[in-house]
Design a protein around this ligand. Structure first.
Ligand SMILES: O=C(O)CCC(=O)C(=O)O
Ligand SMILES: [Fe+2]
Length: 257
């Protein structure tokens, strides 16, 4: 892919969100899924509702990355880091590419509450989906206080429950989020076992928000469900979130301190 092409993957004119379907091939997806599911148990960090792995190094409380080499299936075959650099999405980031990856595992019924990714990272994230689709929502904070809505535990600010943008992430796709949707918005995935879509004609009966990347979908089942109405069952999904941690510890300096 040529760096300048990124614009042709932009989901809407208004937002810096880019959807790249089929970013990895089926064969590459199989290799990645095998490597992930074969990884030894100690690699996993168990949270209350899902588990994850962190690659590229751990972060100190002062948001300093203590770098670790990437596993071969991220940095060599397939070389996902290089492929993401080639999109140009990180061209203005401190290291011109991602240096940190979080792998999340979601079983059917598991999701991630609306949240912000925080200031340790350069405000660009690229997310590769493997194994299953997900419906990904971007939210904004409520401008005026409304007691009916949920509060964000961390900021204490109220989140508008109506997403500002919803995209369907197909397996093997990459979604890139930059700028305002990264810095001033939240994102999340509902913990459901299936997603139901209503054909536009009957949309008044349904509650599904419009899918902003409907015109960019490449999977037959996904296109069908979104354009004609239907249900997509969630399988186990793995997401790899690629980011650039601005501050990286320098080995020599670490030894001196
Ligand atoms: O699984 C995803 O697509 C989102 C993950 C996420 O938001 C995060 O790890 O911060
Ligand atoms: Fe996130």
């Amino acid at each position: 892919m040529i760096a300048g092409d990124l614009k042709s993957f932009q989901v809407t004119d208004a937002d810096e969100v880019f959807y790249l379907p089929d970013f990895v091939t089926k064969e590459e997806e199989e290799i990645l899924l095998r490597k992930i599911t074969e990884s030894p148990l100690p690699k996993w960090k168990q949270l209350s509702k899902r588990r994850l792995q962190i690659w590229g190094g751990d972060m100190t409380t002062k948001r300093l990355l203590i770098p670790q080499p990437m596993p071969d299936f991220i940095g060599k075959y397939p070389n996902l880091i290089a492929r993401i650099r080639e999109t140009g999405a990180f061209s203005a980031s401190p290291h011109s590419g991602p240096n940190h990856v979080i792998l999340n595992e979601y079983l059917p019924g598991q999701g991630i509450m609306p949240h912000e990714d925080g200031p340790a990272y350069y405000p660009t994230v690229a997310t590769l989906s493997l194994g299953s689709h997900a419906l990904f929502h971007y939210y904004q904070y409520q401008l005026s206080a409304d007691t009916e809505n949920t509060d964000d535990a961390e900021s204490g600010r109220t989140i508008d429950p109506q997403p500002v943008l919803t995209v369907l992430l197909e397996p093997r796709s990459l979604i890139i989020t930059r700028s305002s949707l990264y810095e001033a918005h939240l994102h999340g995935i509902d913990g459901v076992t299936e997603d139901t879509f209503f054909a536009p004609i009957s949309s008044q009966h349904g509650t599904t928000p419009p899918i902003a990347n409907a015109h960019m979908l490449t999977g037959a089942a996904e296109r069908d469900a979104v354009t004609r109405g239907g249900t997509l069952s969630r399988g186990t999904r793995y997401s790899l979130t690629f980011r650039d941690v601005a501050r990286v510890a320098n080995g020599a300096r670490l030894l001196q301190s």
